[in-house]
Design a protein around this ligand. Structure first.
Ligand code: F0G
Length: 466
């Protein structure tokens, strides 16, 4: 265990509470209470780590940066490194696979594609199980151990499942996952099988799985690790801390993320707000969320809110009209009733960002462009670059502004999609499997070439391609 500099406070558990985010309720609960929504009003919960007053910002920043050379597993983890702002005791049974520490890349071709001078991509697909979920899962599974749970469950479009399976294994807990049958990429499903999870394939979509999870969460032996769980969000908020550290604490004008169940956007929003409250950053980046057109209930709600109201604090709408039959080839975000929509909407409105949707063709072409930067990502992640292109065209993002987009999953998470795009066979089935499929043109196609097995044929092919 490393020695803490005297000026840095201990982790926040002693002062942390769970709190209903709805201003009209605001009920407060202890952090050992196993609850996922407010027992009084059903509102979303978030963790209050004790307010900015308990830390000295410069001391915190110095301590985090000093941990770069430590061999303590908690310092190597890109999440536990920030433990002063996480709701756990020093003695907590920290679970880690050395998550976080993901790179930020300059992406010049993607920048040019969007009409920007520069664009940075923070690649959360470089996490241990290949997606951003790991930064939250280490915290949720640690809390499962703190609470003495035996089984940890989640509903998933594939990535949460793979992450939960891996982290629960590490912690010696039983992982069980609910997946919509036939709607998960084969690579993600394979990960969960390999990590030894109980894989339950459900006839229904992700939202049906999520409803079942909420029922299962009533069983005291079962702990829910979906992003409805506020401890997941605590882990994921550290991505904002790591990003700012990598940006040398210079706040980008915009941060752009994909939106599905809305945990990621909620977590980043919380992370940036905590940094601002501590005085570690002077303003918030404008946080924008991009959904796929066929699964865009929050983008629709956002568009319906009067433009004047969306930039300031205003009462959150009571209800979200869900999408009964979400459709997109970006299966990670094929979600019609996002559970964390209120938190995400609040974060976007406070920051002055936008929530918009992009088409299947826009996602596919943006994904290929990210590939051309030598980076690659899964389809859901590419909504960011597609959305940024639209936000530039609409004048919300200006050419010379600084932008970080968060890529959420690794390119190998969905190889079938990638291959179909480049071979020109990518298509979205019609609703209910009927009607004409929507064919996606491979505008930046790069299909394999059948070449004769001779040097001259290969050289000729290279010359044609130059
Ligand atoms: N990108 C990827 C690659 C995802 O897997 C997800 C969500 C998102 C974006 C959206 O993030 O839900 O926090 O708004 N995947 C979840 C899952 C739903 O089960 O793996 P969000």
């Amino acid at each position: 265990m490393t020695q803490q500099p005297a000026s840095v406070a201990a982790p926040a558990a002693a002062k942390a509470t769970q709190r209903c985010i709805l201003p009209e309720c605001g009920a407060v609960y202890g952090i050992r209470e196993r609850i996922y929504v407010c027992p009084k009003c059903g509102g979303p919960l978030e963790i209050d780590c004790g307010g900015p007053g308990i830390h000295r910002a410069d001391a915190l920043r110095g301590a985090w940066e000093a941990r770069g050379n430590s061999r303590d597993p908690r310092d190597i983890s890109g999440v536990w490194r920030y433990r002063e702002l996480l709701p756990f005791d020093e003695a907590a049974p920290f679970v880690t696979l050395f998550e976080g520490n993901t790179p930020i890349y300059e992406a010049p071709r993607s920048a040019n594609y969007c009409g920007l001078e520069a664009l940075r991509l923070k690649h959360q697909g470089c996490n241990p199980t290949g997606s951003f979920k790991d930064t939250g899962m280490c915290a949720a599974v640690t809390q499962a151990l703190v609470l003495g749970a035996h089984t940890v469950v989640c509903a998933s479009t594939g990535n949460t499942a793979a992450s939960l399976a891996a982290y629960a294994d590490r912690a010696g807990l039983q992982p069980a996952i609910l997946l919509p049958r036939g709607q998960i990429s084969a690579a993600k499903l394979a990960q969960s099988m390999d990590y030894g999870a109980l894989v339950c394939e459900i006839d229904g979509n992700f939202d049906d799985c999520m409803r079942l999870i909420q029922e299962l969460g009533e069983d005291p032996a079962i702990y829910v690790a979906n992003s409805i769980n506020p401890f997941r969000i605590e882990g994921q908020k550290t991505v904002a801390f790591e990003m700012m550290n990598q940006c040398n604490w210079k706040v980008p004008d915009h941060v752009v993320v994909p939106g599905g169940n809305m945990g990621n956007s909620s977590a980043l929003g919380k992370g940036f707000e905590e940094l601002r409250a501590l005085g570690l950053i002077e303003r918030l980046p404008k946080l924008s969320v991009i959904q796929a057109e066929g699964a865009a209930p929050l983008a629709r709600l956002f568009a319906s809110l009067a433009a004047a109201k969306t930039s300031t604090e205003m009462p959150l709408p009571e209800a979200l009209e869900s999408e009964a039959h979400p459709r997109t080839l970006a299966t990670a975000i094929k979600i019609g009733a996002p559970v964390s929509w209120k938190k995400a909407l609040r974060a976007v409105m406070r920051s002055g960002g936008k929530i918009i949707s992009v088409t299947e063709q826009e996602i596919a072409d943006a994904k290929a462009m990210i590939g051309r930067d030598g980076i690659g990502c899964e389809p859901a992640s590419a909504t960011t670059v597609a959305g940024i292109k639209k936000l530039v065209a609409a004048g919300h993002i200006r050419k010379g502004e600084s932008i970080v987009a968060v890529l959420t999953g690794h390119v190998l998470k969905d190889p079938d999609y990638v291959s179909a795009y480049h071979r020109g066979t990518l298509a979205l089935e019609g609703a209910d499997g009927s009607g004409e499929p929507l064919r996606i043109a491979g505008a930046f196609r790069n299909a394999p070439q059948h070449v004769e097995a001779s040097k001259s044929a290969i050289v000729k092919m290279l010359e044609q391609k130059r």
